[in-house]
Design a protein around this ligand. Structure first.
Ligand SMILES: [Cu+2]
Length: 418
């Protein structure tokens, strides 16, 4: 029997009954809560996917307290009235141009309420404290929505294999935006591939102040320790790298199949350029928020630059969605304060994390910092002391193993007179 690659590169073993049972349900629709309760109450002679999942998720004492005749709920939690509802469907093809490479497909999510498809996917943006429903409708095979950093219950977390993948129909992820900050959401099915292909968007939780949630790129407010700081402009900068060859991979592709050479196990074809697998990543496109850098333009992405009037404040939300290690270098001519890391506000005493940290200046870290995959920093730039003109921010994309700089991308911040 063929080996089926799974998340994390662990080969599927059909001789293990639990794995076989889980695989039998791999491509099926979302299991209903009622079906899972039934599965626990009347275990089948042979385990099936629902009974395996139910046994993992529900304590017998909890199941006994649930009414098996109750209506089918989309989640095992009670359904509350949401403060905000978002709709997303995957996957949505969006073509971008990489100078020197050509047009490449990216996989994204469509906003099914406003009928908008962009790459990165449209931002999910709301106020701190709101209860949220993210309703997923898929029409191109199984995917999930994982709201990275939110940490809801398992059924709402959208992590393939830990819970389930949504093959079709509707599924509502219910969660609460407990803490303001910069997050993102992404598909968590065969994550190494689906995330690389582009299935992600920003998730921003604004403080619960008048005017929030704010529009992307414009004026808004953020926490600065326990205080609220207003900013007049916002830069959402998502660094990503693209291996154009991966576009031809099957959506369930894994690492190269193991084989034997001289009796020793090896991974075959690990460096075959014409037949890449997930252990062979060679990015040829370097992107910030959906726009690819052009070497002929010194890799300066003018379209993602920001212009602010001297004296105004600019909030930079930096996310590394690439597999490179990124080094962000700000010019000494801009003064800035790091206000949050990974959606945890520094020095916000009402939160666990913030009670033992405090905001710090870019100058105190020599104006540069490193972000590995999925990390986010918020930097509040104050242009009051900066000269008029262009101040260039650089992002180095460094190879994740060797540390070699593969590309340096530049983003201009222009300080203009009023
Ligand atoms: Cu996916």
């Amino acid at each position: 029997m063929a080996l089926i690659p799974r998340d994390l590169g662990v080969p599927f073993d059909p001789t293990i009954p639990l794995q076989l049972a889980e695989f039998d349900g791999f491509g099926t629709d979302v299991p209903s809560t009622q079906g899972m309760i039934t599965a626990v109450n009347t275990p089948p002679a042979l385990p099936n996917a629902n009974s395996v999942r139910a046994a993992r998720m529900f304590k017998p004492s909890l199941v006994a307290g649930l009414d098996p005749t109750a209506p089918v709920f989309p989640t095992p939690d009670f359904i509350a009235s949401p403060g905000r509802t978002f709709g997303r469907s995957g996957r949505e093809l969006v073509v971008i141009n990489i100078p020197g490479v050509g047009p490449v497909d990216t996989w994204s999510f469509r906003d099914t309420i406003n009928n908008i498809a962009t790459w990165p996917a449209p931002t999910i943006r709301l106020r701190e404290g709101q209860l949220v429903h993210s309703e997923m409708n898929n029409n191109h095979g199984p995917h999930t929505i994982h709201h990275h950093g939110i940490e809801p219950t398992a059924m709402n977390d959208g992590v393939g294999h830990l819970t389930f993948e949504v093959a079709g129909g509707n599924y509502i992820y219910q969660w609460q935006a407990a803490e303001a900050g910069t997050y993102f959401y992404h598909c968590h099915r065969n994550t190494v591939l689906h995330f690389e292909l582009g299935m992600y968007g920003m998730l921003i939780v604004d403080p619960a102040v008048p005017g929030a949630p704010f529009a992307d790129g414009g004026a808004g407010a953020t926490f600065l320790g326990d205080d609220i700081a207003n900013y007049q402009s916002e830069a959402i900068w998502v660094a990503d790298d693209i291996d154009s060859r991966w576009r031809a991979l099957d959506k369930s592709a894994g690492i190269a199949a193991p084989g034997l050479v001289n009796g020793q196990p090896v991974f075959m074809a690990w460096n075959d350029p014409a037949n890449p697998r997930l252990n062979d990543f060679r990015p040829d496109g370097f992107v910030v928020s959906g726009v690819a850098a052009d070497p002929a333009q010194n890799n300066t992405i003018v379209a993602r630059g920001k212009t602010v009037v001297g004296g105004q404040k600019l909030l930079v939300r930096a996310l590394n969605a690439s597999y490179c290690t990124t080094v962000w270098k700000f010019p000494e001519t801009l003064s800035g304060t790091v206000t949050a890391v990974d959606a945890r506000t520094l020095g916000r005493s009402s939160t666990g994390f913030g009670s033992y940290s405090e905001p710090f200046s870019l100058a105190s870290i020599n104006h540069e910092f490193m972000l590995t995959t999925a990390r986010r920093w918020d930097i509040l730039i104050d242009t009051a002391g900066s000269s008029f003109g262009t101040h260039m921010v650089e992002i180095e994309f460094r190879h994740w193993i060797t540390g070699l700089v593969l590309r340096t991308v530049r983003l201009p911040i222009t300080v203009a007179s009023a």
